[in-house]
Every structure is written in C-alpha cells, then in structure tokens.
Design a protein around this ligand. Sequence first.
Ligand SMILES: NC(=O)c1ccc[n+]([C@@H]2O[C@H](COP(=O)([O-])OP(=O)(O)OC[C@H]3O[C@@H](n4cnc5c(N)ncnc54)[C@H](OP(=O)(O)O)[C@@H]3O)[C@@H](O)[C@H]2O)c1
Length: 343
Amino acid sequence: MLTTHQFGRIGMGCMGLSGNYGHGLSHHDFVALIKDAVSLGIRIFDTADCYDETTNGKQSSGASGHNERLLGQGLRESNIVRSELYIASKCGFLTTDWSLDLSPEHIRKACEQSLINLDTTYIDTYYLHRLPKTKSELIKCLDMLATLMHENKIKQIGLSEASAKSIEYTHRYFKNLGMPHAIGAIENEFSLFTQDVLHNGVLAACQALGIAFVPYSPLCRGLLTDTMSKDFTFSNGDFREFLPRFQGDNFLANLKIKEKLALFAKSKGFTLSQLALAWLVSQGDFIFPIPGSRHLSRLQENLGALEITLHADDLQHIQEIIADQVQGDRYTADMREAQHLYP
Ligand SMILES: NC(=O)c1ccc[n+]([C@@H]2O[C@H](COP(=O)([O-])OP(=O)(O)OC[C@H]3O[C@@H](n4cnc5c(N)ncnc54)[C@H](OP(=O)(O)O)[C@@H]3O)[C@@H](O)[C@H]2O)c1
C-alpha cells in the first residue's frame, strides 16, 4: 500500500528517461540517475512496459520494456532492500502500433515479462494503462489481475485514466470478492493546468475509498517549469508538439499563465515546479505526484516542494491566476478515441 510514511510523498516518473520529450538517456546515464534518485531518498518509481526507446522517434522493433529494464538495473545497483521501494508498472499498449491489448492473456504475459524486465518478484501496483470500453471486458481484466495478486506477482491493482464511476465500480467488484484493498492507486493526469479530477468526482472517490491518487504529468509535461518559453523548439520525436496545449496560440496563452505563476513562486522564494508540486501535495494526503526529469538537479529541486506550505491566501491567489483558463485539450480528439480516455 502506498503510504507517505513508508515511501515518501513525491516519486519519480521514468517515462522521459527513455525519450518521449526529446532524447532519452544513454544506458549508463539512465542507470546512474536512478541510483542518484534512490540516494536522494526517492522510493516511488513509475514505469510501463511501453516506455520504450521506440518513443524516442525510432522505428519500433516490437520489443518493449527498455524503461523497465534500465529502472530495474538502477534499483538493483542501488543495493536497496526491495521492501523499501514502491515500483509501479502498467500494461495495455503495444509499442508496434500503439493499439491497446487488454485481453487477460496479454495482461498475464505482459506482467510476467515486466517482472523479468524489472528483475523483481513482485510489482507494488500494476496498472491497466487504459480501461477497456465495456463492462464485460473490464471484468475479464479485473479477474486476471486478481489472479496475479493471488500468485503474489502484484501487490495491488491500479487504473490509469479511470472515471469516478469506474473507480467505484471496480472497488465494489473486488469488495464483493472479499478483496476490499485490491485497488491500490488511480493514476490520472492532474496538475495546476489539468484540474479535472477536482471536479469530476475522481479525487473524491479515491479519498472516500482509501485509494491513493497518483497525478501523472504533474508539471504539465514541462509547461509548469522554468524551461519553457515562446522560443522553445520541439526536437525530433518530442511527443508534445502533437498535443493541443503546446501548439500555436494555445501555447502562447498557456505560457502567459505560466509566467504569472512563476512570478508568484519567485515572490515566495521558490521555483515554479516547486509551486506546482506543492499545490498538488496540498490537495490531500492521499496524493503522490510522480514528476519526471532526466536531470539530477531537477529531481532535487522538485523534492524541495515538500518543504513548502501553501496557505489559504496562496491557494486562492493561485486559483485566481489559473482562472485565466488554460487553452487547448490535453490530448487530441483522435488520441481520446484511440486511448479510451475518460471525459
Ligand atoms: N498513466 C499515463 O498514461 C501516463 C501518461 C504520462 C505520464 N505518465 C507518468 O507520469 C510521469 C511524469 O509525467 P511526464 O513525464 O509526462 O511530465 P511532467 O513530470 O509533468 O514533466 C516532465 C517534463 O518536465 C521537465 N522538468 C521536470 N522537472 C523540471 C524542473 N525542475 N525544471 C525544469 N524542467 C523540469 C522534464 O524535462 P527534463 O527531463 O529535461 O528535466 C520533462 O520534460 C511520467 O514519467 C510517467 O511515469 C503516465
């Protein structure tokens, strides 16, 4: 179970280390960064079998697990006791064509391969990277995940991009099976720029049911950091250039909001990314953000958010700035359809 006491409050999202937002790290640098992250005290690591070098603008070989393998190596070389780590991975996407395979057969095969990749005997939370569209398909997935739990291959089940309705339904399903704690975490996008979960019942459902909430892209994929400006150019293979928020007038409008937030952060003596993470942490003690960075100094900077307390007037001021309205959807309509994103 994900608890602050055991694993800390801010984890590390490993996706970008393989690519996705520009170049990935070399094998050596990847492993070294994981070891440094452990030395900094990071204990929560988020990966997926599809976080691959193929996301780095290269042709897919069909093989996946690059990110899991290097994470596994870094953790092994850290010589840290396994029980002190919280490792989460995900299944569902095929890197050959980015379609979804949520069949029970695929889930089992993917989980067993992830255990090999990560060089571990169990995964703390194993997520469905996306949920199937029908209830009957979902039940088949849940039954397979329950089997993997019984086999001690996974400790708990996670859902990524889940609606409040799906969270309540799956929780009830497992409760009726005598497994009230089967759902360990929900991982949806959540940041100052993506506040949907505050209003659509997702956070409320997690809190009410005692489920951890893991905000993905907590820095809005870099938009909530000091590095993005109007002169920013997307390098080859940078997935963000396809996302509406990072395009044309939307991008310029969002940068203006970001600049206001950055000024506010500076006036308080911290950085924008620290403000963004402190804001997330202030939303509830069941919330565990997983920012990603390829730089040790930034991992360190981001952990600084834990030193910050935002008071009621700070939170109000932040909301007033955001009231300017972030422009552009977080994904394109095609991606929403293909990836079964919840509304
Ligand atoms: N479940 C899902 O569907 C899903 C989807 C997306 C992501 N995720 C998970 O969430 C994790 C985090 O999300 P994310 O990587 O999309 O986005 P993010 O954490 O919101 O932002 C990452 C970006 O911010 C930059 N950055 C981080 N800290 C910084 C700092 N202090 N100063 C300046 N720049 C900074 C990074 O650049 P550098 O690397 O250059 O530092 C990177 O480009 C992923 O690694 C992945 O594990 C899950």
